[in-house]
Design a protein around this ligand. Structure first.
Ligand SMILES: C[S@@+](CC[C@H](N)C(=O)[O-])C[C@H]1O[C@@H](n2cnc3c(N)ncnc32)[C@H](O)[C@@H]1O
Length: 386
């Protein structure tokens, strides 16, 4: 049952509301575009007088217009080519109007009405993203829980799952929505197949990716190029070792001196060998060597992250000789000892890796014999630069 329908069912159960006899509203998804001036005028007109029945009738009339645009005698949906428009999510708007109608006092109804008016007229964002906090209910796409069970990879457009060891596009997508504004710069020091940069183009963020493997770079460049650049952003992929690549020169070229989001998705040590290159973190001879190399990437990249901004590390653990190696927590420690603030540890489910595909029973048997658990999760560790 959809959230909206559930909400309506719950509404039916409520006994005493300020306005009675609410008619039920058919629930439909979508956006509705209003003539902003007329909508503001209407809401102000309702809010002005202390007249409960006027308030009720006007809100019901507004709901009718939303459900049946033909009943729009006020011209709320008449779009003036030279005027301002506002698009609101239909389901959220309906639920806000219902909330007004269900209020137990006129005071409360006016409180909800004011909130709606504010959301229509003003924009309130924080320093690190474009989420309009006055319309926060419209952002249900954004995950706020620390356990991510994502059952499907986004494989739309240029996102192909060809690269063994890539992350699902939802990871950079979520990070950018939450921790960047349009036009900000994102740096990914292990860009692999270019997933982060494809998302940059979709969301209107500029992106720089560094990748050691020239073949991956070649393919990533082709893919990123395929993604339509509707926001006119800049994306660049550099072939190089993220421990030593001169990031300052790259930023200088784009006339910036800082980035606003840093994403790192290093190899999970030697779980997948990306190449035989000794500069590749997946060829590190031990966990300690891996952590040392990872630390060098952190030291090379973090000076260019703006203060107060975020660094997302995507990493998983590994088994070695029958022992669980908490690579994620060790790597987290490398970042923490450099003075970063830990904001969150997100646990994300793992889809079947290529190596284990169609071998579920075999792995279950091996787990039972060997007394171990099969990896089903990885981490997104989120740090803030103080
Ligand atoms: C887990 S993958 C990243 C995948 C990427 N997130 C994607 O969606 O395609 C890790 C990548 O780090 C690269 N790599 C390993 N050592 C590196 C280094 N020293 N500098 C830059 N890239 C490196 C590997 O070639 C590999 O492509």
């Amino acid at each position: 049952m959809s959230k909206g329908i559930k909400a309506m069912k719950n509404n039916k159960d409520k006994q005493t509301t300020f306005f009675e006899n609410l008619e039920s509203v058919p629930f439909t998804y979508g956006t509705i575009i209003f003539n902003k001036e007329k909508l503001v005028c209407l809401l102000e007109g309702i809010n002005g007088p202390n007249n409960p029945s006027l308030l009720k009738n006007k809100i019901i009339a507004l709901k009718e217009i939303i459900n049946s645009p033909k009943s729009d005698r006020e011209g709320l949906l008449n779009i003036d080519p030279n005027g301002d428009t506002i698009s609101l999510r239909r389901d959220v708007l309906i639920s806000e109007l219902n909330q007004i109608l269900e209020a137990r006092t006129l005071e409360r109804a006016k409180y909800y009405l004011n909130r709606l008016e504010n959301g229509v007229q003003k924009v309130k964002t924080c320093k690190v993203n474009d989420i309009n906090l006055l319309r926060w209910k419209e952002y249900d796409e954004i995950i706020t829980g620390s356990l991510w069970i994502l059952d499907k990879r986004d494989s739309s457009g240029a996102h192909l799952a060809w690269y063994w060891g890539n992350f699902i596009p939802q990871i950079p997508h979520q990070m950018m929505l939450r921790y960047t504004k349009k036009g900000d710069w994102v740096l990914d020091t292990f860009v692999g197949s270019g997933t982060t940069l494809i998302e940059c183009k979709r969301l209107g963020r500029n992106g720089i990716g560094i990748e050691l493997n020239p073949e991956a770079v070649q393919k990533a460049k082709e893919l990123v190029k395929k993604e339509y650049n509707k926001h006119g952003v800049t994306t660049e992929i550099i072939t190089g070792d993220s421990r030593t690549t001169d990031i300052k020169t790259i930023l200088d070229k784009h006339r910036i001196d800082q980035v606003q989001l840093l994403i790192m998705h290093p190899p999970y040590h030697d779980i997948i060998k990306f190449s035989k290159d000794e500069k590749d973190l997946s060829t590190a001879k031990s966990t300690d060597e891996f952590l040392k190399m990872f630390g060098e990437v952190v030291d090379n990249a973090t000076p260019f992250l703006e203060k107060g901004r975020y660094f997302a590390l995507v990493i998983g653990d590994k088994y070695s000789k029958g022992e669980w190696i908490p690579l994620g927590f060790y790597s987290m420690q490398e970042v923490l000892k450099r003075g970063y603030l830990l904001k969150s540890i997100i646990v994300k489910n793992f889809e079947e890796t290529r190596g284990k595909r169609n071998k579920g029973d075999l792995w279950r048997y091996r787990a039972l014999v060997g007394g171990f658990y099969i990896f089903k999760h990885e981490y997104i560790m989120l740090f803030k630069k103080k």
